[in-house]
Design a protein around this ligand. Structure first.
Ligand code: FES
Length: 416
């Protein structure tokens, strides 16, 4: 019995549960001996102070119930309690200090999936801590949530997966507690967003993947244009499968469709595209088709800002922007990343001002003057960030969302 802990005799246990080393409690119940972790898995109340009746151990704090044989709970919000093997030799009871499920990594991965499926924060949090303690890399924990989210939400990619990917991106900059909190926030939002939603089943790619990239791009944009999400998904999956279609090419194809209309879905769509592509580095290659296909459903009822009244009145922004695009397309713009002598400060002030037509003209002139789109988008993101800094906290929440969305979109354009 090397390493096992002696827990006395059956007669000792008849008088009541016994606490032994390692925070383990040993019960005698219905002619059998059972050893369990003494901490209630819900919030840690000592289980030896609970009630044991008819095979069910009930914690006295919030009344979670556990099968005393397996440790399984009848109240999933409380989580299962670890159980320990026992043996009897020469009338003495011996308890294995290691709990019955020795494969802790698989146990916690299973628990994390259960927590995501049931949308139970406590189970998710404990699984994160358990996996980190077992040495599982943080990004592998995030990947479990990403794979879950892209398959278990019929509406596809949303803010939960965006938060999870953003949190995964900042993990290397955080200490241990920060990493736990970051993963928890990302995984919890993913679980909340998937709760009550159906599983997403992928369509098949087109049978013959010999279609050219240019044609697939055209088909994809055409499908998105008419909100045909199923057609778009088949074309996209064909492009993913096609040999030689790298991530850059896919990003270009999908971003074009996402920017064929103005400021789709209040700026979220482009940001979600970026985050989905960033998440690819965390999941296995076989998951890429699920991640990218999950972006398509959001186009089904996407709001296109040029159709909104607020973009046409009291100032009609749509026509001047379209005319600027046409002129830029005719004359061409730089593809470098330099500033080419643009007056950063003047442009920044114009972006923060309240004369949108002047802003359109300044941006167009800067681009025609040789400033790169990358540089211009960086200044736009800076201006959007400045608006957040200047935003007064007493303003209405709806106004705050406008400011936030502007930054989200401007930042996404620059990142793209
Ligand atoms: S601590 Fe046991 S049920 Fe809450």
């Amino acid at each position: 019995m090397n390493g096992w802990i002696q827990a006395g005799t059956v007669d000792d246990l008849r008088e009541g549960p016994k606490l032994i080393k390692g925070g383990i409690v040993v019960f005698y119940h219905e002619d059998e001996v059972h050893a369990l972790d003494n901490r209630c898995p819900h919030l840690g109340f000592p289980l030896h102070m609970g009630s044991l009746c008819n095979g069910i151990l009930t914690c006295h704090w919030h009344h979670a119930r556990f099968d005393v044989c397996s440790g399984g709970t009848l109240d999933p919000w409380a989580d299962d309690v670890p159980v320990h093997d026992i043996t009897v030799q020469d009338g003495l009871i011996w308890v294995n200090p290691k709990s019955r499920n020795s494969n802790q990594v698989q146990l916690y991965k299973d628990r994390l999936l259960s927590g995501l499926e049931q949308n139970i924060g406590l189970v998710i949090a404990k699984a994160i801590v358990g996996l980190m303690e077992a040495g599982v890399p943080d990004t592998e924990i995030a990947a479990i949530g990403i794979e879950f989210g892209v398959k278990q939400r019929r509406q596809g990619w949303g803010s939960g997966l965006t938060i999870l990917t953003a949190m995964a991106n900042v993990l290397p900059k955080l200490d241990k507690q920060g990493r736990i909190l970051a993963l928890f926030q990302g995984l919890l939002h993913t679980a909340r967003e998937s709760a009550g939603s159906g599983t997403r089943f992928l369509l098949d790619p087109l049978p013959d993947a010999g279609v050219s990239e240019e044609r697939l791009t055209g088909w994809y944009r055409d499908c998105i244009e008419v909100r045909d999400t199923r057609g778009a998904e088949r074309v996209l999956l064909t492009a993913v499968q096609a040999a030689g279609t790298g991530k850059k090419r896919l990003f270009s194809m999908m971003s074009m469709a996402a920017t064929d209309h103005f400021y789709i879905n209040g700026g979220h769509t482009l940001d979600f595209h970026n985050k989905a592509f960033e998440s690819l580095k965390y999941v296995g290659h076989e998951q890429h088709q699920y991640v990218l296909a999950s972006l398509v459903p959001m186009f089904g009822n996407a709001s296109r800002s040029e159709e909104l009244h607020s973009w046409q009145s009291p100032v009609n922004l749509v026509q001047p922007i379209k005319e600027a695009f046409e002129e830029l397309s005719r004359k061409g713009v730089s593809t470098g990343s330099g500033g080419n002598g643009i007056d950063d400060e003047a442009l920044l002030q114009a972006l923060l001002g309240d004369d949108p037509l002047r802003t359109v003209h300044m941006l167009k002139d800067a681009l025609l003057g040789g400033a790169s789109p990358v540089r211009i988008s960086q200044i736009a993101a800076l201006a959007a960030a400045e608006r957040i800094v200047r935003f007064h906290m007493h303003n209405d929440f709806g106004d705050w969302i406008s400011v936030l969305h502007t930054f989200t979109h401007a930042h996404a354009v620059h990142e793209g």
